[in-house]
Ligand binder design. Sequence first.
Ligand code: NOJ
Length: 581
Amino acid sequence: MRSLRETVFCNLTIEMRIIFCALLIVLFCSLQAQHVAEARRPWYHNTTIYQIYPRSYYDSNGDGIGDIQGIIQKLDYIKSLGCETVWCSPFFKSPQRDFGYDISGYTEIAPEYGTLKDAEQLITEAHKRGMKIVFDMVMNHTSDEHPWFKESASSRTNPKADWYLWRDKPNHWRSQLRTKGWHYVKARNQYYWASFLPFQPDLNYRNPDVKKAMFDAVKFWLAKGVDGFRLDMFNSIYKDSVFRNDAASRKVVSEHYDTKGFKHSITGSVNQPESFDFAKELRSVCDSFGERMLLGEVYGNHPMVRRFLGKDRNDGLTLVFNFEMLRFKMRAKYFHHIINDLERDIPRPYAPVYVFSNHDRRRSMKRLHGDMAKAKLLHMLQLTVRGVPCMYYGEEIGMQDYRMPYSKSLDPIPHQYKNVPRFLVDLAGETMNRDEVRTPMQWDTGTAAGFSKTEKTWLPVHTNFRQVNVEKEERDTNSLLCTVRALLNLRKTVPPLSMGTMSLLQSKFFPKGVLAYKRLYGKEAVLVIMNFTKDKKEFDLSGNWERLFGINSLDGLDKGKVSLGSYGGIILRDTGALNFK
Ligand code: NOJ
């Protein structure tokens, strides 16, 4: 008996056979071309990022403060987790009034963190393990204790007089914190501009010497082998050249992407056209050292983010955080919407950055009210979606915010808003005291949760460290840590998860509260299905799929029927359709 294939082929005319073969060749070539294009994709578009707040990660010398040697000692842990790139918040010379985001020496290391040698060793040790290491560059401003500022502030005629932004009279701009941004200096009888806190004066990038000095600092670290930079407050780099006043705004509360709010619209001190050009210039400096990551802290809507990335081709910053997700809602509809918008606005070859926690904002676990099941699902989304996941230290074990009084905070921010009652900030689902999200990493149940040999740590250890710590979760295969590790491992070994295209599947084909998307790489297809509700879900699925991973044993596929437990999720691999068998 003839097979179906033979029957179909024999009934075709010669011409049709030729066309059929040509189509097959075209299909084959385009799949090959996709492989080649993917192989050429820069590493930073396929990587996974782990953010370390050095002061809180691991204290190697027992002074209660985390340090660079501490990070080096924990690189094996990060490697075992499966994260490929480590981003360290700043450890450069600084008076530490904003814990390193106020730099007074760009090529020096703050003594409490170590030495230049330690920083070099960190780069070497990361590379030895096949990992990438990214430092934090604060280009927008320096500390007011930086020698550049001291000189600039000393008179109106010194050689650095024009290195910062000085004016005889303030205009009515407000800082990013919506507080006073102009600050008086008697020696010059003038005001300087600070986009953030008063002790962080903004540099004047219209002065070519400033640009050169900062590019020299960047080159200094690139020459030492660092794999790139996270860029602080990158959309504030340039200000309006003639300091035009900002407009008023009707908006009372601002949103993440919005420069309007609190009755004020910040326009003159953000998103200036020169900043987009500066991104390209910085990119070319970095490119001359090879493929280096430039990860921008930019608050803006997607079109604005695209301008920083390079509007028509990705020749600006290589990545920009998608901060909208710092206030995520644990709902399928919410993520459907977010993914849909990101796929439309930041399509390949650009890559969005999925980030749910950082050193400035509430931890994701706080937003999830400590619910481990939800945390596993959130990580599943972060690690299977198209884009670069960025995890904050401790997120992998479910560390939570540690509530502390605003009045005693080491973080300078709460002291700026002494009159704002805490319950209002709580109502908004935020915290002003960033100490709460920067507590020491919880390694084990020992002294200071294994973070330090001393109990006197710079910030207190969260009281939940006996339940939430690395050692305990490593022993429990059902823990969040093991789930995250398994997902990261899967991402490495199943190419569609890190490199594939992405298509969201229409929600009408799935029960309410279920989110599904397909990742496709060459001939391989993977389907991710997630239940964002507490109710069990069961439904039919057509096609030939096999289960690669499930959050719980309940999450499975049997004879074409998918079952998902409460906040469950599965990853399936296509065993048929595209394999031409
Ligand atoms: C943004 C950083 O993430 C934050 O921690 C810092 O305080 C400000 N920029 C000022 O540098």
